[in-house]
Design a protein around this ligand. Sequence first.
Ligand code: ASP
Length: 594
Amino acid sequence: MLKTHGCGELRVEHVGQEVTLAGWVSRRRDMGGVVFVDLRDRSGKVQVVIDAGYLQQHFDLAQQIRAEYVLQVRGEVVRRLPGQENRQMATGEIEVKVKEQVVLNPAKTPPFQIDRETAVDESLRLKFRYLDLRRERLQRNLTLRHRAVKFVRDFLDARGFLEIETPILFKSTPEGARDYLVPSRVHPGKFYALPQSPQQLKQLLMVAGYERYFQIARCFRDEDLRADRQPEFTQLDMEMSFVTRDDILDLVEEMIIGMVKHASLVPLATEPFPRLSYREAMERFGTDRPDLRYGLELVDITDIAAHSAFRVFAENAAAGNPVKAICVPGCGNYARREIAELEEIAKANGAKGLATMALDPDTGEMKGFITKFFTVEQLVALTERLQAQPGDLLLFASDSRSVVNAVLGALREEMGRRLGLKETKALSFCWVIDFPLFEEKLEDGHYAPSHHMFTAPKREHIPLLDTDPAAVLSEQYDLVCNGFEVAGGSIRIHERPLQRKIMELIGFSWQQAEEQFGHMLEAFEYGAPPHGGIAPGIDRLVALMAGEPNIREVMAFPKTAQATDLMSDTPSYVMQKQLDELHLTVRLPQAEKM
Ligand code: ASP
């Protein structure tokens, strides 16, 4: 080794020892006759001192040193003079008096400061990712990620799971998102697909009798990218045989709690995790990904509003639709413009308008256009139901149940943000269970699966598949944290006839089902055990545990929102020869032709 110690390891107990260090120059201060260098490696930083009085030739060399030079020094660890200690530095009580130094490599001036957490344009950070990765923030995040994944591996190993790799080159099957395709050279015109997840393979491993599988699996989805989505991401993919839903939930909950306690910088809010049915989540929070760090719950006031003289509410209630509201503390003084902004959000989620009331901060008197349609008793009942206080703002929605929940769910999110409730540094997990099997009936009469087509309906709901598929509940479960879905899974179908039936409802012809999923259907005829699984998203979990707002901050080499890598300029054109070998002709969209 070119070093005897890590820079950040040195402490008072090393005083008097001769050490050799190697790392990067974090900072250099020339004090006239003495040069101080903060030398940095992955273990941290230490101050090294090059004294002209001690060694002129090294002093001359030290004066040429710049930030990010790679330096090796040999010297003695000495205690700093009293009053010169640096309490901010773990190594701040000592310094290294240099006897010899070697510049292992000079460095160009970096495009941004490495040793300070200054704000740097993200595209510059991504272009020079190897420099960004030298900075403390990413070192901390990637270390946390390693610790979290290591914990998971040890945890699952201790419980009899096997880590098994599955192929990256697999078959293209219509499973939800768009596939990334890889053309085959040896089979002209044929393609592999990169896995959207190892879903089918892990189920086949259960058929194969492995009983407990996991994998830190890379998944690829060619979706329209949103700000915080990545074309490739990592899941902790798991599958188990002979289990019930609660077996999986209990095991994963124990694992997540352990992982958070072992690795997280942000503490856990609640333990055990609350379990909400999909319906309860939608009714109380207007979403199946509720952020439970704050209240602002949706409250049903249909019975009160039904008897008011406000026509929209009364008529909607008479038609069997709900009237619901949220009470926002301290926002009763909102100006017309602020209410108009909220109304825009309501409309973007399907509402025709937004009814509001405000409680006077001093008298508690109810104000707002619609109050005149309510009797005093009704207003008192509203205040009590919503637990409204003077100074609060009430936001109402009345429409179909799904619109009401979507509108108030979006307003709850918005107000949570405005009131700073989303800044609470805590991880608030919950399970959402009992999802409907299908999301919606499509125009062509088929159904879109709410999770994926391998998810089992609840046993007692199987007869409903023939009569009312929309009413069928499934064995799907999601783990949610602070408003993000951090894991999704289900008990699977393991019988061929039921799998075929679901495929038909989703809209696969007999031929399509056989062509694309024949291998799965066939496997189910060779003794498939009852099984189920889940796939926590590693990137999101780590970002939450690191207190980071987006998953790029916990990935070593992430892509931009346009799915490009700015450092290597990926994707890129390839040589004609490569295309010829793959039997491909490229037809560029008109605008991009040169
Ligand atoms: N493969 C599923 C997904 O990626 C997770 C699962 O059902 O285990 O969402």
